[in-house]
Design a protein around this ligand. Structure first.
Ligand SMILES: Nc1ncnc2c1ncn2[C@@H]1O[C@H](COP(=O)(O)OP(=O)(O)OP(=O)(O)O)[C@@H](O)[C@H]1O
Ligand SMILES: [Mg+2]
Length: 392
């Protein structure tokens, strides 16, 4: 793989009659951030570049925490933990993150909006320009962001849950209500298993199975549509990144059904089987995004470099899909993608940067590996030392 495999040039950059081309600002960016009591960040303020921001520092200084704070204020979730309490400094009290985001759509005047996420007394409170949104999902879709962290380097080889989460992130932007359906589904799935174990009545089981069938079929449809919006951009990115004779295919393998009646019937028939299983043997919790290389399961045949190419292509496609759904270029958070002496990961990061036109935040312990390839006019450097942030 070579970092010179950049995305094809587009006509977005305004040309300045033969002079140095003028850069178009990304359609969505973070203008400023204030973080309090968030992991080891006691009180940090931040005014990033609207293009590339390199956040560097030694291990354990707070680089990932800064990216996590941006992710939390944008999406209401952390990419490191499902429990936001862990994110508060020493798991006590609360944290707050306040962000000012700018949206630029076509030739309309740019729009600045304040997003705040405050965690207090065990729950998260979010506001958009001071107003409470109807749901957390409605809030999250207003500030598109794509994160790429070390765990995701195994997107093509790792557990199916990683790939399901990719589909769910894309699905959320298409329809924010999917998030609620998915959590309803997950709760009902656990309850049905408990009821099966206890030998509950037919009526009790039927009521939970009808919830599973109704929410599960909505999740299945949303994931199939998410795959449909990912296929083309993934293949397009893969053709650019990998060897041309390799054929990648993506297919949604539905673990359940989009037809809620068929779904309910299937659950009813599987009751005695499922009683002894860990969980239901039917439903979207068993979905898989199937990846094949030249007709064979990528998990079995792909080399390390091919896995990396698939993973990068999927992430590029996630960005592409979110851009076409929201009309905004998502902010890219790239955590530790360039790490100690790992040239291949650094190359992967540079390919990624070439692919994106949005605002980027990349953390590294080795800024000298990255900065020579990034134009200084577009790049701001920040150093994190013991939870404090300094412009470098
Ligand atoms: N809830 C918390 N309260 C206070 N400090 C925390 C909390 N959670 C983690 N930390 C500490 O915050 C520091 C910064 O962690 P972070 O993961 O942001 O470091 P990093 O700069 O990304 O390091 P690395 O280069 O090793 O990935 C670490 O010392 C970590 O132990
Ligand atoms: Mg880190």
């Amino acid at each position: 793989m070579s970092p010179s495999l950049a995305a094809p040039a587009t006509s977005d950059d305004e040309s300045n009659e033969g002079a140095t081309p003028r850069r178009r600002a990304p359609s969505f960016s973070l203008a400023s951030l204030r973080v309090e009591a968030f992991r080891n960040l006691a009180d940090a303020t931040f005014e990033p570049s609207d293009r590339i921001n390199v956040v560097f520092g030694q291990n354990g200084q707070g680089k990932t925490s800064l990216l996590e704070a941006i992710y939390v204020v944008a999406t209401t979730k952390s990419f490191r933990t499902a429990r936001l309490r862990e994110v508060t400094t020493h798991q006590r009290g609360g944290f707050s993150v306040r962000a000012s985001f700018i949206e630029r759509r076509g030739d309309l005047p740019s729009l600045e909006r304040q997003h705040t996420a405050v965690y207090a007394e065990g729950s998260l409170h979010v506001r958009l320009d001071g107003n409470r949104p109807q749901t957390l999902a409605d809030y999250a879709v207003r500030s598109p962001v794509v994160v790429f962290h070390p765990e995701e380097l195994t997107l093509s080889t790792g557990p199916a849950a990683l790939r399901r989460r990719l589909l769910d992130r894309v699905a959320l932007y298409r329809s924010p209500t999917v998030a609620a359906e998915l959590s309803r589904y997950t709760r009902a799935l656990r309850a049905r298993q408990e009821l099966l174990r206890r030998g509950a009545t037919e009526a009790e089981l039927t009521s939970y199975e009808s919830i599973l069938a109704s929410s599960g079929s909505i999740v299945s449809r949303a994931r199939r549509e998410a795959v449909e919006s990912l296929v083309e951009p993934t293949l397009e990115a893969f053709r650019r990144i990998a060897a041309p004779d390799l054929e990648l295919t993506l297919r949604y393998r539905n673990g359940g059904s989009e037809d809620s009646d068929a779904f309910a019937r299937e659950l009813e028939q599987r009751r005695s089987n499922d009683r002894n299983a860990v969980t239901a043997t039917f439903g979207p919790h068993r979905d898989e995004l199937e990846l094949k290389l030249n007709g064979r399961a990528a998990r079995q045949v792909a080399s390390q470099g091919q896995h990396r190419a698939i993973t990068l292509s999927l992430k590029a496609a996630e960005t592409n899909a979110v851009t076409s759904i929201t009309g905004l270029e998502p902010i890219q958070l790239l955590d530790d993608v360039s790490s100690e002496l790992d040239r291949e990961r650094t190359e992967a990061l540079l390919i990624f940067l070439a692919e994106t036109r949005g605002q980027v935040f990349a953390t590294t312990t080795r800024p000298e590996l990255l900065t020579p390839s990034l134009g200084p006019e577009n790049t701001k450097l920040f150093q994190v030392v013991n939870g404090e942030l300094k412009s470098a």
